[in-house]
Design a protein around this ligand. Sequence first.
Ligand SMILES: [Zn+2]
Length: 101
Amino acid sequence: MSRIESEARSLLLDRREALCRAHAVGSGGQGFVPDDVVPEPVAVGQVARELAEVDAALHRIAAGSYGTCSACGGPLGLQRLRAIPEARFCLGCSGHRPEDD
Ligand SMILES: [Zn+2]
């Protein structure tokens, strides 16, 4: 595993944990929220979506395809991956991907 992959993996796992917690709180589940954690008021749909993105990125790391653009296959670049570890598209493709909302 490369350095950026292990960096991203640890960031993504932290993010995943935070999202899971937010999801449990947002959906009214039995959240085991520590006193020092104030969950952000986020929409459940948005949390689920981010969780899916994070999971997908973790899968790409496991599959060895992390860091390449899903649209053009080019490198995402270290700066972009550090800023957005779950990014799927390079800067050029993210601006006009058809499925973007
Ligand atoms: Zn691209």
